[in-house]
Design a protein around this ligand. Structure first.
Ligand SMILES: Cc1ncc(COP(=O)(O)O)c(C=O)c1O
Length: 480
């Protein structure tokens, strides 16, 4: 009876785990067996699946066979060593095991009492991360799913901290000044989405000018704030980025913080991608001045080998976030005093036990093991940039301080419009091989190819392979 209701008896569970374990080991042993980007067209996967859920349970073997038949070939393989698109990432094996254990415990880490170990492990992991990043000792950290949600949460808290009683009275039907958020043209789009969701409005997201290395110009920020205050608008927050999404440029946090302190504006530092590199002493400069900010986000799920999702938000004063979000109905009141109840730190009630995988990764690699990998990625990207810069007809398009390079094929005989179109064709051709996967962006309005290194399994030969493919396809398709 019990067997039927659980769905898997002891032996079947062991077989299932063995099967998944074997599959995972084979997957990592032979990543080249898969195309990086699958050869599927939109709708193809859905067409292989029935429109309705089965009425009767299906044997595990059949489900697993369909995983291999439908899901695996229909997946873009982020764990492939030749995945160079967006921000390349990878899951450390230790974290994969932790994810299975977290799913087994399946706690909802919203109250201390629903999850004492998850809550306290999260608190300790945040202290470990704070020390690794050399942040002020009074700062505290909270784990969110993504940098976008962490960003939304701090902007909501910053809005609440303006003293306009928005929590109580809302924003509609009253006379409020326009609330302004300052970013640059390089800032990640989640800030604008947060402005939409928070009732700030897209028109009140101010794009401050950048210098020629795509970094926010602090004097332009000061001028923008001055102009807005003169027009009786109300600055809500400045978002500085350490490692922008397109070129990985690093905004000058210390100089920006001078402006935000002077004007008493919330400063959020978005280091979603580059933040993990700040645990390397020679890259800590990227966060210089962060102690003057109000919040900082970084994503171990981007560049610290923790599988999606795990984003870390540090706060100078966490009580501001709690004030914005804490709302405790009777059924969630608890007798424990002096404990953290993580439901108080955002919209979400139930939360995953994310700290477990971070704990496994930090202990398994050790900080030095992580630094070694990040240094290796940065060195590979620098070497790739050096190949591009000496190759006739090719050029690097932006400074590349970390593990991402923006570049293009720009022979003299093509004008700018033709270069844009031709590089898009090159990208399409190399990705169509299934051997590598790169993405693109725009740099100064021009189409750029973008190679990002961040996978544990990426070797020099993989980067060389990508470079050879790019050159081969450019030559093959070259307009004559
Ligand atoms: C600088 C920056 N901030 C935020 C994000 C959003 O990250 P997430 O997917 O965790 O919301 C990204 C994603 O690439 C990013 O590059």
């Amino acid at each position: 009876m019990r067997q039927h209701s659980i769905g898997m008896d002891d032996e079947a569970l062991r077989d299932g785990l063995d099967r998944a374990g074997d599959w995972i080991r084979e997957y990592f042993a032979q990543p080249e067996a898969h195309r990086v980007m699958p050869a599927v067209v939109p709708g193809q996967i859905a067409a292989m699946l029935p429109e309705t859920a089965p009425e009767e349970g299906v044997p595990f073997d059949e489900i697993f066979a369909d995983f291999e038949r439908i899901v695996v070939p229909g997946t873009t393989h982020w764990n492939h060593p030749r995945f160079f698109a967006y921000f390349a990432t990878s899951s450390a094996p230790a974290a994969i095991v932790a994810e299975a254990l977290a799913a087994t415990l399946d706690v909802k880490a919203m109250l201390w009492r629903t999850s004492p170990a998850a809550t306290e492990l999260e608190e300790v992991m945040m202290r470990w991360m704070r020390r690794l990043l050399d942040l002020p000792p009074q700062w505290t950290g909270v784990i969110y799913d993504t940098a976008s949600i962490a960003g939304f949460t701090v902007l909501a808290a910053a809005r609440d901290a303006l003293g306009l009683q928005i929590r109580e009275r809302g924003m509609s039907g009253r006379d409020l000044p326009a609330l302004r958020i300052y970013i640059t043209g390089e800032t990640h789009s989640h800030v604008e989405k947060a402005a939409i969701a928070l009732g700030v409005g897209q028109e009140n997201v101010v794009r401050v000018a950048c210098d020629d290395a795509y970094r926010m110009r602090p004097e332009a920020l000061r001028a923008a704030v001055d102009a807005d205050e003169k027009a009786e608008m109300r600055p809500l927050a400045v978002v500085a980025t350490v490692g922008t999404t397109s070129t990985t440029s690093v905004d000058p946090v210390a100089a920006i913080a001078e402006v935000t302190r002077e004007r008493n504006i919330w400063l959020h530092v978005d280091a979603a991608y580059a933040g993990p590199a700040a645990i390397i002493p020679e890259f800590r400069w990227m966060l210089d001045g962060v102690e003057l900010a109000d919040s900082l986000v970084l994503n171990p799920h981007k560049w610290m080998f923790v599988p999606m999702d795990l984003s870390v938000l540090f706060l100078k004063d966490e009580s501001i976030v709690r004030r914005a979000f804490s709302l405790v109905p009777e059924y969630l009141t608890t007798p424990e005093a002096g404990v953290v109840n993580y439901m108080d730190y955002g919209l979400q009630l139930g939360r995953r036990f994310r700290a477990l995988k971070l704990w496994f990764v930090l202990r398994h690699f050790g900080a030095e093991g992580i630094r070694e990998q990040l240094r290796r990625h940065i060195a590979l990207a620098q070497e790739f940039a050096s190949w591009v810069s000496v190759e006739p007809g090719w050029e690097v398009m932006a400074p590349h301080p970390l593990s991402v390079v923006c570049f293009r094929y720009a022979p003299a005989e093509l004008d700018e419009t033709q270069r844009d179109a031709f590089n898009a064709e090159i990208l399409h051709a190399v990705n169509a091989t299934g051997e590598v996967f790169l993405s693109h962006t725009k740099v100064d309005g021009r189409y750029a190819l973008r190679l990002a290194i961040g996978n544990l399994r990426t070797q020099r030969a993989d980067v060389e392979h990508a470079w050879n493919l790019l050159k081969r396809e450019a030559l093959r398709m070259k307009p004559r």
